[in-house]
Design a protein around this ligand. Structure first.
Ligand code: ATP
Ligand code: MG
Length: 611
């Protein structure tokens, strides 16, 4: 293709709002333009690269046995009411009404649309497993779209869904998707880390995220120095690090009795530590949370006896639209709200408003504690069960308890692991030291169990004629974010350095002046390379060589061939061949250039695809 016939509006200056390299370079190289906040137009160059990523994903999905379909992007709200996510998806989901007043959703994901399809088509176990995917537009009304297409409002996702008659069958396809993801990222030249992940509002039993390391990553990852454990902080666990019980440490004959003490104007743990000459780890910190759409059965939980419940569809579990909980944790640790929400099977949790804290604990904020707290269920972090001499709030202004012992003075309605794991904590598998990294999520695979198939009423007859509900998995990759991440990993100060597999063209030919013998040589070389199956951009513009070189670097085309008068007029006519990733060009005989480049490109592409 000739440069003059393309539309690649390169820019010298950077967009004002671009913080990361991929955003800057996609803009400067003329790959994208912004239409509105979080909404981008791909220009021809950007779209070429996008299509390459798409083709790799499609090939690997097909190889994993998944079949491509294309459902609509706008789907009836009714389906989301059946699954229960009409309520639980929150503001991120764009809801629209049609002219008849019907509710519709612009798909943020498509569990509902696929499950509705399968519900209509599935009747017998013989049809299972059903393995489907789409590569299609998604819309999420992100609060803060940023970093260009990394976090847009409209984006393209490959999302696959699978339906099974056994755990083994689900496990098998879950593994096949995971393996396909690893191949996809490798072929795209990406270094990706897979981590254990929270299943969030998706529900389900197991999930794994595929992350690229990034300074501006939204995710905190905990990794073991010994390399055997990697998890998102939303899911990360660590080895218990309980302090020895104090009564034992101090050699006292037995636990001191619970005592209530005056703590006037002392509110924070820091102030209390100074006041009582104690360490943060001696406190039980108690926080009051409001949870939404709680799936747990709270009928026997303190204060929850007559909480209203609802069922969003006949097959959906009964949930509590709102419930309050106390979460108690050792004073030197932090509650992880995602882990707490998972333990409560709640779609969302947040700290309760001050007025609710006063109503439920009978004291202002800062004096909550588990001793005598019977107005709401208490979730105890497991570390608290080792505490036998703790300081806690006494449910009264300016009062605390000391010598509080788990089991003797207080208990919990639930004991769970709700702590935030930090760098320096110990690996749950080997005890090695955990360290932190920031990551950006490119893909996510889930085992969903029967959450959607049960709530949406999907069933089939097994070999004994018994009605059963299939198991389900879901598997997503963001194409735009994958493309941007490739640039993050492959660029320098002058521009992109595309891996061959996703490069818009594999070779750029730059004639110093596109006329006479140079033009003839450039045209001939382009024809030869194209005949060998390569994609070639011929820079036929009437621009200074410096401008052409700069644009070639910015565009990031992996091989550059420069054709000039002097080298072509030599005894053995030659051209300059340079890889974008290397500094120096090599003089190569014109007659050999196409063959050498084609062989190198083929070899490298094969290496990216192998394994
Ligand atoms: P995030 O935590 O980054 O918001 P998510 O957990 O909501 O992502 P999933 O629902 O798992 O994302 O979606 C699957 C994939 O879709 C993600 O791994 C990511 O690659 C992509 N994706 C999600 N949201 C966006 C977005 N706003 N812009 C671009 N890609 C996105
Ligand atoms: Mg996710």
């Amino acid at each position: 293709m000739k440069y003059s016939q393309t539309f690649i509006p390169t820019l010298r200056e950077e967009p004002g709002d671009a913080v990361i390299a991929s955003h800057r370079l996609m803009f400067r190289a003329g790959m994208i333009r912004k239409l509105s906040n979080g909404l981008f137009t791909y220009l021809p160059l950007g779209l070429r690269c996008f299509r390459k990523v798409e083709a790799i994903i499609r090939e690997e999905m097909n190889a994993a046995g998944s079949l491509e379909v294309k459902p609509p992007v706008v789907v009836p709200g009714e389906l989301w009411k059946e699954s229960g996510r009409w309520e639980s998806m929150g503001e991120g989901m764009l809801r629209v009404k049609n002219r008849l007043g019907g509710d519709f959703v612009v798909s943020p994901t498509a569990e509902e649309a696929f499950t509705a399809l399968v519900r209509d088509e599935l009747s017998s176990y013989r049809q299972l497993p059903i393995l489907l995917y789409q590569i299609n537009t998604k819309y999420r009304d992100e609060i803060r779209p940023r970093y260009g297409v990394m976090r847009g409002r409209e984006f393209v996702m490959k999302d696959a869904y699978s339906y099974h008659d056994s755990e083994e069958s689900l496990d098998e396809h879950y593994r096949a998707q995971g393996a396909a993801y690893r191949r996809i990222f490798k072929r795209c030249g990406l270094t990706v880390l897979s981590v254990k992940a929270d299943s969030g509002s998706m529900g389900g039993s197991g999930s794994e995220e595929f992350m690229v390391e990034s300074e501006v990553g939204d995710n905190t990852l905990l990794l073991c120095a010994n390399g055997d454990y990697a998890a998102n902080v939303e899911k990360a666990e660590c080895r218990r690090d309980d302090a020895p019980p104090r009564k034992a440490a101090e050699g006292s004959p037995g636990p001191a009795p619970l005592e209530t003490i005056d703590t006037p104007n002392v509110k924070t743990i820091g102030e209390l530590c100074a006041f009582l000459k104690a360490r943060p780890g001696d406190f039980v910190k108690t926080l009051i949370y409001r949870a939404v759409n709680v799936e747990l059965d709270l009928s026997t939980a303190p204060g929850c006896g007559d909480l209203p419940r609802r069922k969003t569809s006949p097959g959906a579990p009964e949930t509590y639209p709102e419930a309050f909980f106390a979460a108690a944790i050792r004073g030197d640790l932090e509650v992880n709200e995602v882990k707490l929400a998972a333990a409560l099977k709640a779609s969302e949790i947040s700290l309760a408003a001050d007025a609710d804290v006063v109503r439920l604990t009978g004291a202002p904020v800062g004096f909550a504690g588990p001793v005598g707290l019977n107005t709401l269920p208490i979730v105890l972090d497991q570390t608290v069960t080792a505490m036998d001499d703790a300081v806690t709030g006494a449910l009264e202004k300016d009062k605390h308890h000391r010598h509080a012992a788990y089991g003797r003075d207080f208990g919990g309605w639930m004991i769970a692991d709700i702590r935030t794991v930090k760098a320096g904590d110990r690996c749950p598998l080997c005890g090695g030291e955990l360290y932190e990294k920031k990551g950006n999520e490119l893909g996510h695979i889930f085992k969903l169990g029967r959450k959607y198939t049960a709530s949406m009423g999907v069933s089939y007859l097994d070999e004994n004629g018994k009605t059963r509900v299939p198991l389900m998995g879901s598997y997503g990759i963001g194409l735009d974010r994958t493309l941007a991440s490739i640039i993050e990993e492959h660029h320098d100060e002058n521009g992109v350095i595309w891996p061959l597999s996703v490069a818009p063209w594999q070779v750029i030919i730059i004639p110093i002046k596109y006329q006479g013998a140079v033009r003839e040589a450039a045209d001939g070389l382009a024809a030869e390379l194209e005949a060998a199956g390569l994609e070639v951009l011929l820079d036929d513009r009437d621009e200074r060589p410096g401008v052409k070189f700069n644009d070639a670097d910015l565009l990031g085309i992996p091989w550059r061939v420069v054709a000039g008068d002097k080298n072509l007029a030599a005894a053995v006519p030659a051209v300059e061949v340079k890889r974008r990733s290397e500094k120096e060009a090599r003089l190569t005989p014109l007659a050999a250039a196409a063959g050498e480049i084609a062989a190198a490109v083929r070899g490298e592409l094969a290496a990216l695809t192998a394994g």
